[in-house]
Design a protein around this ligand. Sequence first.
Ligand SMILES: CC(=O)SCCNC(=O)CCNC(=O)[C@H](O)C(C)(C)COP(=O)(O)OP(=O)(O)OC[C@H]1O[C@@H](n2cnc3c(N)ncnc32)[C@H](O)[C@@H]1OP(=O)(O)O
Ligand SMILES: O=C([O-])CC(=O)C(=O)O
Length: 371
Amino acid sequence: MDEVKKGLEGVVVDESRVCKVDGEEGKIWYAGYDMDDLARESSYEELLFLLRNDRLPSGDELDGIRDEMAARRALPDGVAELVDREAERTAPMDLLRTSVSALASYDDEADNLDDPTDKCLGVLAKMPTVIARAHRVREGEEPVEPRDDLGHAENFLYTLHGEEPTEEEASAMDSTFILYAEHGMNASTFSACVTASTLANVYSSLTSAVGTLQGRLHGGATETVIDMLEDVGDASNAEPFVEEKVSNKGKIPGFGHRVYETVDPRCAHFRRHIETLNPDSELLAVADAVREEVEARLGDKGIFPNTDLYAGALYRELGVPPAFYTTLFAASRAAGWSAHIAEQIEDNRIMRPRVKFVGETGRGYVPVDER
Ligand SMILES: CC(=O)SCCNC(=O)CCNC(=O)[C@H](O)C(C)(C)COP(=O)(O)OP(=O)(O)OC[C@H]1O[C@@H](n2cnc3c(N)ncnc32)[C@H](O)[C@@H]1OP(=O)(O)O
Ligand SMILES: O=C([O-])CC(=O)C(=O)O
């Protein structure tokens, strides 16, 4: 009864139709569809439709969700002002979290839970706008308003850089949104579900999730990986770097996963896009060299690359500064958060685990002047 499952390892909290992660085989299925196929063939908007409706859209339905997302990209004036005011001094993930929270103030029916997915899509459409705007303000550049004739990923790069991306760049960006979109009951999704289980509004649930993704054991690893690759500097330094980490029992960012016993299947997609955009990427060479050393030393222990190993190197090729990497992970994962929030609300029971009490009882209270 009182067995403690530290880190909730192996605990099954509910049923879900959203995503199957097969950690033994290294496969991901989004609503029954192979993630590998979707990452190559699909678009983020199509995935949003799939997660919402449990089926792929017709051509008209796909146009419909694209138009709907595009129409919801603009920020309320108050949130645009918040971003403009805070972007310089506030870390991007903190600002994204605060902006998601602030969006509740501009929804007259924020607490209405009749169609949580629709409300989440309104937030999800705006997250890239917040990110691009914050980046431009930090750089001392004029914000670029979103365009409704561009897809979700293409529009993000357009608002970030002020010019339309190439087809390869837009396709790589779209892939990153798909790759990071969903991954079962990970920490940030769990956090969203705990908040949703109290019947809090979706702004609260999404804000909880953004906050949870920030940590460097979860989404924040996208940024620590880049710091590590830059510190290593050259592929020839990978061996002594990994040797030193292993002998000091240090954790190497971008490796290890609670679910995978093999390489994370998303790595290959991030990697192939880096190769397409820049076959001479030095960061890619360093990441590959570190990977080879880690697999040789820790593969027996089940330590393999996770999705974050190559993500930063790809974001770099797309011109995204490192401080914004985790915000893009959040903007992508919002798809999964939304789907799980909807499932939670549809068949809800408040989340309320227990802790095993190991403290004392019966301590006699002594008034302060007698201590
Ligand atoms: C999108 C994502 O969130 S993916 C994960 C992103 N996070 C990272 O890349 C950070 C580095 N990785 C880690 O810290 C962990 O692997 C986590 C947080 C992802 C998973 O943690 P857990 O499932 O709790 O594994 P735990 O930390 O207990 O590690 C188990 C063993 O593997 C080792 N290990 C786990 N990850 C690593 C790593 N990255 N480098 C070296 N050793 C590792 C641990 O030292 C531990 O060894 P021990 O049994 O000898 O003490
Ligand atoms: O599933 C997890 O524990 C971590 C995660 O979010 C991911 O790998 O995308």
